[in-house]
Design a binder for this molecule. Structure first.
Ligand SMILES: Nc1ncnc2c1ncn2[C@@H]1O[C@H](COP(=O)(O)OP(=O)(O)OP(=O)(O)O)[C@@H](O)[C@H]1O
Ligand SMILES: [Mg+2]
Length: 374
């Protein structure tokens, strides 16, 4: 049900050259070039009804949104001149979309059930032929599953910590994996299942943590070499070679209670958000900055991401970078890492949201380029 409005794209300047500083301006302008009817698809924590389970971890719903966040996305899109219809991304979405016929969906749905929860809404939209922001079902499923992402990174020679997937707590530990190791759920986000106990120094602690992880999150446990070092994250908006990098962020762990290890888990991200401090841009020098940006871009391309993404790294004492994961549907709430890095270079939250929309409008040829870039 592609809407006919794409037959009359609105004129805009010529696209800027690859990865230039002008890409960000171009994306934000594209987002306001033509008023659209946008379906803002959301998953609110208050609408989630998780099935009962033996262990219910306290961070089970931290990926899901609040009403205040949803209002902030809606305002950002309305400020670009668009009509916004807000709708929960639930199993009854198809009928509603058929009635409403939006020009495009702004998808923020994380899902809350299943191995490929972030891929569920994109799959429905793809099947219906509706345009949408963010990853395709394929990219969403690949990137939601950290082991699958890591296998792809490995194939392309991109650095990621050595790892093993544990389907049961009794799986044989591969001898090349040396302690300390790090245990986390194979496919979660927002630091779910990442706590002090994730760092394990012997086989007994490893098996205990793997058992807890499998039971609490009902999925395999990803066991990686523990990378002692700094936490970096790099965000971008755009597509293909025309992307805009935001300043790289380093998490500053000095504001958290000393009993918490310097790892960025759900307690730090959610419960202690008020203590969060960062360094943005990260003080890592031009060479490492360029390396982080290049790895971010390569990860974005090889996983087939679209419109925006955020790649998380650990940097060890020898300045070696390790890619932990790519967030194909990164948080863009007013307090999200991507927002804070955009704000660090002077963007507003609204401009960030609209740049994601702009990337999608350009990708779908809903804006045209008739004048030279001024
Ligand atoms: N192999 C590792 N070595 C050291 N620390 C790690 C490792 N893996 C994860 N961490 C720590 O745990 C944090 C969360 O890990 P990761 O980014 O994989 O999880 P996430 O929940 O998907 O994150 P997000 O909130 O970005 O979705 C990292 O930022 C880092 O501090
Ligand atoms: Mg992460």
């Amino acid at each position: 049900m592609l809407n006919a409005t794409s037959a009359h794209p609105t004129a805009l300047e010529e696209p800027p050259s690859q990865c230039s500083g002008e890409v960000g301006i171009w994306l934000r302008r594209a987002a306001c070039a033509k008023p659209c009817r946008i379906a803002l698809l959301v998953n609110l924590a208050r609408n989630a009804k998780p099935a009962p389970r033996r262990i219910t971890p306290p961070d089970l719903l931290v990926e899901l949104d609040s009403d205040a966040n949803v209002q902030s996305y809606a305002r950002a899109l309305q400020d670009g001149g668009h009509e916004v219809l807000i709708r929960e991304g639930d199993p009854y979405l198809a009928e509603w979309l058929d009635e409403q016929r939006p020009d495009l969906c702004f998808n923020t749905c994380e899902g809350f059930r299943g191995d490929s929860r972030e891929a569920q809404i994109p799959a429905l939209l793809e099947m219906m032929g509706v345009r949408y922001t963010g990853p395709t079902p394929l990219a969403a499923a690949i990137t939601h599953d950290k082991p699958t992402t890591k296998r792809i990174l490995h194939f392309y020679g991109l650095p990621t910590p050595p790892f093993q997937v544990f389907e049961t707590p009794d799986d044989l530990l591969r001898p090349e994996l040396e302690f300390p190791l790090f245990v986390k759920p194979a496919h979660e986000g927002t630091g779910m299942g990442v706590h002090n106990e994730s760092v394990v120094h012997d086989e007994r602690a490893l098996r205990d943590r793997v058992a807890w992880c499998i039971e609490a999150y009902q999925q395999p446990a990803l066991v990686e070499t523990f990378i002692e070092g700094r936490d970096l994250t790099c965000g971008l908006v755009g597509n293909g070679q025309r992307v805009h990098f935001f300043p790289i962020t380093e998490v500053d762990f000095s504001g958290y209670p000393p009993e918490l290890l310097p790892i960025y888990g759900s307690i730090q991200k959610v419960d202690l958000d008020h203590l969060y401090r960062n360094k943005c841009p990260a003080p890592i020098g031009p060479k490492l900055t360029a390396a982080v940006q290049q790895l971010t871009h390569q990860t974005f391309l090889v996983t087939g991401c679209r419109d925006f993404a955020r790649v998380d790294f650990r940097l060890d004492a020898h300045d070696r970078l390790f890619i932990l994961e790519i967030n194909a549907l990164p948080g863009i709430a007013p307090r999200s890492d991507l927002t804070l890095m955009a704000e660090a270079e002077g963007w507003t939250h609204g401009e960030l949201v609209r740049s994601v929309l702009g990337a999608a409008l350009i990708r779908y040829n809903m804006v045209s380029f008739e004048h030279g870039l001024r």
